[in-house]
Structure formats: structure tokens, C-alpha cells
Design a protein around this ligand. Structure first.
Ligand code: ZN
Length: 374
């Protein structure tokens, strides 16, 4: 069975959106335009050979020793102050960080696409949640899931495209790596498919939490694998390590952006030496060079903040889940679907504590994985 999107469905969707744009009476033009752009991107993916995917991407970072892309600076400054502080404070927790994990086992797993999808069905049955939506997403006849096998296509391992008109429907793209990570990525994207329904992407400050369900479902996928003994403990700890490093990298990247902007502000230049000094001064054991900096500054800092904050919030939810799974889901839904509170109050009211307990769960995670020097 092949998992692919349908050309006709996309064509129809495109026509619907073009008509909506023409009608003009519609309130949320920005949203219509954003979603229309996604349709073009999907058509591009559907029509191109697997070797030549082109994504709508970022700004080019030209001269890394001098130049700070203006959009990077503006986007950074637009991030609410308290979010910047939360992430930067988290970077301080990493001052004893030591990446000393030796990968022993291989994550390779030879599942067919069909078997992979069945494993995801099992996962959602085990959760005993969202099974109706999942039936819809995973049924090949619905043509909502596209799976590709391509070595050249990089950047993303999974993408979810949510459409809200005429009614809500999400499309999912999954790139197979033929490792057990495929299973976790698929669940991550399916979680987005479920949680994007309520438009949170468009509520400015709440968009910093749109990766929350992604992170949380990665954790849940690991719990599923543990409890079903599908993979060995060695592989479990390797996965745990892999996803922890992924989460932490966003915190580190955010620190790099901050450091670059600070040195730019004082000297009108970005010099690697200045950033290295800053790292030393704060006792942060991270290495940076021109190419790391250039790559980091090509990302939108809001995006980095989104992944970093979602990760921090997810760690607290994970802790809650281990005590009371139902409450954790209740809080996840409350956080992702309540747009009436300030973001700060929203988190504090729903069991998110990292900002008040000095990132206890992050510290504990690093200690358990022995990523912190004793
Ligand atoms: Zn995601």
C-alpha cells in the first residue's frame, strides 16, 4: 500500500482557497495566504522528483563576521521578554553539560511503510485517545499521509500542513530514515494534526507552544516502546539521549543568537572570538565556529524559541504524566486550546513549573542521562 497525497485533492483545495481570497469579505486574509502558500509547497513536493525538493526557506547569511540579518534581529526583538529570559536562564542550567554518550547500538529498523503505520495505530490504541482522528490520517484511502524515501531530501523528517477551510484537515509528510525514529516522528506529526485544529498558530504568543504536542508525543512514543519491550534498553537510552540532545540544542542555539546579537549591538560586528569569550565567561561548555553561527543565524529566532520553550514545557508535562496521565493530557489540551489567558498565567495555572523551580526536571533529565559533570 502506498502512502501519498492526491493531486486532485490538492488542486481542489487550491481552488477553494483562491476563491476565498477573491471573495475578499473574509476576515483573516493573512491566514488564507499562509495556508495557500502551504498548498503551493505541497504541490511542489508532489510534482518534484524526490531528489529536488525545494522548500520555502530562510534568509541568506552572507558575511558571518560582520553582518546580522535584519529579519533575525527584528524577529528576536519581537519575542516577548519573559520568553527570552526563560530560555536564556535554561541555558545556565547547562553550564556543567558534558556530552559523553557513546552510541553503542544501531537505531536501524527495517519496517515497511505499512508496518510503521500499524505500529502508530498500536500506539494510539495504547494511549486510548484520538483513535478516530488517527484512523482518518493513517487510512491510505484518505490520502492525507505522504511517505517518502529519499536520502537527498533533508532539513525536515516530518511536516504537518494544517488547513482550516472549508473545514479542518491536516496533511502529513514523513521522510523515512529506516530507523525507529520514523515511528516517533510519525507520532509527533500526527499529534500536530490533532492539535493544530484550534488555530493556535495564529494567536501570536501562543505560537511559541505549537511544538509542545510534538515533544510530548515523542516522550509518549518512548514510553510505549518501553512498556511493549519492542526494542532493547540500550536502544531506549540511545533514543532518550537523542531526543534530549535535540531539545537542548534549541536552548543552546538560542543562546548563540542572543550572544551574536549582544556582540553586534556593542561592536556593530559579530565576531566569533567575542561569542567564545561570552561562553567562557558564563562557563558554558559549547563550541562555536563560523559555520555553526551562520547556520544558527539563518533560522528565525522565533522558531528556535518555539522549539526551546515547547521542550521545557514538555519536560514538566512528562513528569506530570508519570504521576497522573489523565491530568497531563488535560493540561496539554488546556495549554494548547485556551487563548484567554496571558501565556505566563496559562502555564503557571496548568502545572508548568520550570520557571519557579529552577528547571528541576531539566536538571534531573540531564543527571539521569549523565549529561552533567558531577
Ligand atoms: Zn513539530
Amino acid at each position: 500500500m502506498e502512502f501519498n497525497w492526491s493531486k486532485n485533492n490538492l488542486e481542489k483545495l487550491k481552488q477553494d482557497y483562491i476563491n476565498l481570497k477573491k471573495e475578499n469579505k473574509f476576515q483573516n486574509r493573512k491566514k488564507i495566504n499562509q495556508e495557500l502558500k502551504m498548498i503551493y509547497e505541497m504541490e511542489n513536493i508532489l510534482n518534484s522528483s524526490e531528489k529536488s525538493f525545494i522548500f520555502l526557506t530562510a534568509i541568506k547569511y552572507i558575511d558571518s563576521s560582520k553582518f546580522l540579518p535584519k529579519t533575525t534581529l527584528t524577529n528576536y526583538l519581537n519575542i516577548p521578554d519573559f520568553i527570552r529570559k526563560w530560555i536564556l536562564n535554561a541555558s545556565k542550567i547547562l553550564h556543567n553539560f558534558e556530552d559523553n554518550f557513546n552510541s553503542k547500538s544501531s537505531l536501524k529498523m527495517n519496517l515497511t511503510d505499512q508496518e510503521l503505520v500499524e505500529l502508530s495505530y498500536d500506539f494510539f490504541n495504547w494511549l486510548n485517545k484520538y483513535t478516530l482522528q488517527i484512523n482518518n490520517f493513517l487510512n491510505p484511502k484518505q490520502k492525507l499521509l505522504k511517505i517518502i524515501h529519499s536520502k537527498t531530501y533533508s532539513n525536515y523528517s516530518g511536516v504537518t500542513y494544517p488547513f482550516h477551510y472549508p473545514s479542518y484537515q491536516a496533511y502529513i509528510l514523513l521522510k523515512r530514515e529506516n530507523t525507529i525514529i520514523d515511528f516517533i516522528t510519525l507520532n509527533h506529526e500526527l499529534a500536530h494534526g490533532i492539535y493544530f485544529e484550534k488555530h493556535s498558530e495564529y494567536f501570536l504568543n501562543y505560537s511559541y507552544l505549537t511544538e509542545l504536542e510534538g515533544s510530548f508525543f515523542e516522550f509518549l512514543s518512548l514510553e510505549f516502546l518501553k512498556s511493549h519491550k519492542i526494542i532493547t534498553p540500550d536502544i531506549i537510552s540511545e533514543l532518550d539521549y537523542h531526543f534530549t540532545i535535540n531539545g537542548i540544542e534549541n536552548i543552546i542555539d538560542f543562546y548563540f543568537v542572543y550572544a551574536a546579537i549582544m556582540t553586534y549591538k556593542s561592536t556593530k560586528k559579530i565576531k566569533i572570538e567575542d561569542i567564545t569569550l561570552k561562553l567562557l565567561k558564563h562557563d558554558l561548555p559549547f563550541f562555536i565556529n563560523e559555520s555553526i553561527l551562520s547556520n544558527t543565524l539563518q533560522n528565525n529566532p522565533k522558531n528556535i524559541a518555539k522549539y526551546a520553550l515547547s521542550y521545557l514545557v514538555s519536560l514538566d508535562l512528562e513528569k506530570l504524566y508519570l504521576k497522573d496521565p489523565e491530568l497531563a493530557f488535560h493540561e496539554l489540551e488546556a495549554i494548547r486550546h485556551n487563548f484567554s489567558l496571558s501565556l505566563k498565567n496559562l502555564l503557571i495555572n496548568h502545572h508548568i513549573t520550570f520557571m519557579e523551580d529552577y528547571y528541576t526536571n531539566l536538571k534531573e533529565k540531564l543527571t539521569t542521562l549523565q549529561l552533567i559533570k558531577k
